[in-house]
Design a protein around this ligand. Structure first.
Ligand SMILES: [Zn+2]
Length: 276
């Protein structure tokens, strides 16, 4: 099905042990053309080889998906919950995750991947020490991305208006706000008056309120490729399905498509990966 020349899912986790290329084909079948593939947070490697192996796996998965005809962007970096993995292995999470940031930056500069992420805070309440350490890791990532002009994707808890303003202030101390995006945002977040770019989960209601806000946003599924939990995650074809909904509901759908699938992602990732 062809809905538009570019139908972009801004955040998916695809892995070899999941539906892998079948998931990619399903996405295409419904009209999807492009996706950002982020690390699948797996803890199957040793702490010392964790990032090296995880990143190379993500890069390889992204290349394999690209070969099926999808334009891919690749996002690598330490995930906030890696903290607990290193901690329980008796390692210093700060040291390991900062090294993970350095390695990701290196691979991005070499053209193996495109963005740093998902970095930030765990999405559930944690004690003060872990929260502060996560903040230190985020600041380090912002500095590294600043020095190399790398786009950075945030993972955080659900935030209210003040939460966004707080994190905006932190970002601005270290990096340009337009180089940072919050993934897995809620639709109401778009109406907040901070200037962080938001990537909204592609539910029907989210899409409607995001469009009505007239602000810039991106659409994502945060699809988690798990055979063991079918039906528990938002389906991989959700962004194309929502694109179909937009096409059927908005007279200016071409402008909306151009903005959310081309203009905004192109500006953020800084390269034209949409025209294969
Ligand atoms: Zn996330």
């Amino acid at each position: 099905m062809v809905l538009y020349r570019t139908v972009f899912d801004n955040f998916v986790h695809i892995r070899r042990a999941g539906y892998f290329l079948d998931a990619a084909r399903e996405f295409v079948k419904y009209g999807g053309t492009s996706m950002n593939i982020a690390n699948f947070p797996d803890y199957i490697y040793t702490p010392d080889s964790h990032y090296e192996k995880l990143y190379s796996e993500t890069v390889n998965v992204s290349r394999a998906v690209w070969k099926t005809g999808i334009n891919t962007v690749t996002t690598i970096g330490p995930y906030p919950l890696d903290y607990f993995y290193f901690q329980s292995a008796g390692k210093d999470p700060l040291e390991y995750m900062k090294k993970g940031i350095d390695l990701a930056a290196c691979l991005i500069i070499n053209g193996e991947a495109d963005a740093m992420g998902e970095v930030g805070y765990p999405h559930f309440p944690v004690d003060e020490k872990i929260y502060n350490d996560s903040g230190e890791i985020l600041k380090y990532a912002l500095d590294v991305c600043h020095d190399r002009n790398i786009p950075l994707i945030l993972h955080t808890e659900d935030m209210d208006k003040n939460g966004y303003l707080r994190i905006e202030e932190l970002i601005k101390k270290h990096y340009k706000i337009e180089r940072v995006m919050k993934h897995h945002a809620n639709a109401r977040d778009i109406s907040f008056n901070d200037s962080i770019l938001k990537s909204v989960v592609a539910s029907r209601n989210n899409v409607k309120s995001a469009i009505e806000s007239k602000k810039n946003f991106l659409l994502e599924t945060d699809y988690t490729d798990q055979k063991e939990k079918p039906g528990k995650v938002i389906p991989v074809f959700s962004v194309p399905k929502r694109a179909e909904m937009i096409k059927n509901s908005y007279i200016d759908y071409m402008e909306i498509f151009h903005k959310i699938f081309e203009e905004v992602p192109f500006r953020f990732y800084g390269k034209d990966f949409f025209n294969k």
